[in-house]
Design a protein around this ligand. Structure first.
Ligand code: XIL
Length: 355
């Protein structure tokens, strides 16, 4: 395990990890931090006044030593967590008059105990909607009331406790048009604005975000997001930031990421990199993992060069929990830690950028 790791360190240069006498980081059940010879990412990022996050909920359902290991590594390296699924409509609102907050609440309890902030994700999305909602037939007036009730209740439950909410997720198609889906179809284009206004009314302090994928670089879809958010800012619709999901393929980080962050920042918006992962074809080659490590370093470096870019959050703790293999067959190994909880070149890419 040491070989590839130090190989990447050499490649990235300027690393100052401990050498002789380093703890055995390869014991499978060892509760010791996976990267005991480095400074935690959260310590490095605090010095830059930003946050480094990860997503999880599968890991929080491990038991025994697996759970201990998951929680320790997460709390050691990250200062922010996003529930990966537990705040989604189908989970948190399983029946019309029933909300189920316990799973996400337990992540918040962990976050409190470990000194982590939490990003709420997502309030309004076209996917992972409860079947009572998708199978019903609703008038536009009823649909508006359902959206309003959902946002008001969920934001109200977490009032004062979150760093940010992804209020509306993935409202745009790749050609920049509004993406068809239950809320657009039933409520009409006003659903986006309605969601932001309801969220602000339910929590006056939490930062409200529009979140999407394929809007990381300058392209027709991010042009459309930019126009929408500029218009919201001009009209005083409550919005504080844009979330760039950043589900990348190794070698595919857009060259215009910085330029794009810069134009959203110029609207007075915060920018969060919300769901960063960089997938590679599996089995992964050493060359691909080196490209991935450099991509991670570049993304973090780019974010750091804009004060508005206050969060980089990866979409999962380790390659064991990652959504990538099931969502993108043939790809994997997208995160900072491998399935044995060992830090990869990708981790040291982030480390290098933060140092
Ligand atoms: C994904 C989760 O990671 C999976 O566990 C789940 O099965 C599907 O959703 N964009 C988003 C996230 O905003 O909520 C998605 O998360 C990934 C794409």
């Amino acid at each position: 395990m040491r070989g590839p790791r130090w190989g990447v360190l050499t490649l990235l240069g300027a690393m100052s990890c401990g050498s002789g006498g380093a703890p055995d980081i390869n014991g499978p059940a060892s509760p010791a931090p996976a990267s005991a010879d480095t400074i935690p990412l959260r310590t490095l990022v605090a010095q830059r006044g930003r946050h480094i996050g990860t997503a999880g909920d599968r890991g929080f359902r491990y038991t025994g030593s697996d759970l201990t290991r998951f929680r320790r590594l997460l709390a050691r390296e990250f200062d922010l967590v996003t529930p990966e699924n537990d705040m989604k409509h189908e989970r948190i609102h399983p029946a019309r008059t029933q909300y189920r907050f316990e799973p996400a609440d337990s992540i918040l309890a962990f976050a409190d105990s470990a000194g982590l902030r939490v990003r709420g994700h997502p309030l309004v999305w076209h996917r992972q909607l409860a079947s009572w909602l998708t199978s019903g037939s609703w008038t536009p007036t009823e649909a508006r009331a359902l959206l309003q009730d959902h946002v008001t209740t969920v934001v109200g439950h977490y009032r004062g406790r979150l760093l940010a909410w992804d209020v509306v997720n993935e409202a745009l198609a790749d050609d920049g048009s509004l993406r068809p889906g239950l809320w657009l179809d039933l409520v009409g284009r006003d659903y986006i604005e309605l969601a932001f206004r309801a969220a602000r009314a339910a929590d006056p302090a939490v930062a409200l975000f529009y979140n999407d994928y394929n809007i990381e670089g300058v392209n027709v879809k991010s042009d459309s997001a930019y126009a929408l958010l500029r218009e919201f800012r001009a009209r005083g619709v409550p919005i504080d930031g844009v979330g760039l999901q950043a589900h990348f393929v190794a070698g595919g980080v857009p060259a215009t990421l910085g330029q794009n962050i810069s134009r959203f920042a110029a609207l007075g918006l915060k920018v969060h990199i919300t769901e960063l992962d960089i997938r590679v074809p599996i089995p992964a080659t050493a060359a691909m993992l080196q490209t991935q490590a450099q991509n991670y370093r570049d993304v973090v470096q780019t974010c750091l060069s804009y004060p508005a870019c206050e969060v980089v959050s990866v979409w999962g703790l380790t390659d064991r929990e990652s959504w990538i293999p099931s969502a993108f067959p043939g790809f994997g190994d997208a995160l900072l830690f491998d399935a044995s909880y060992q830090p990869k070149g990708a981790y040291f890419g982030v480390y290098d950028a933060l140092k």
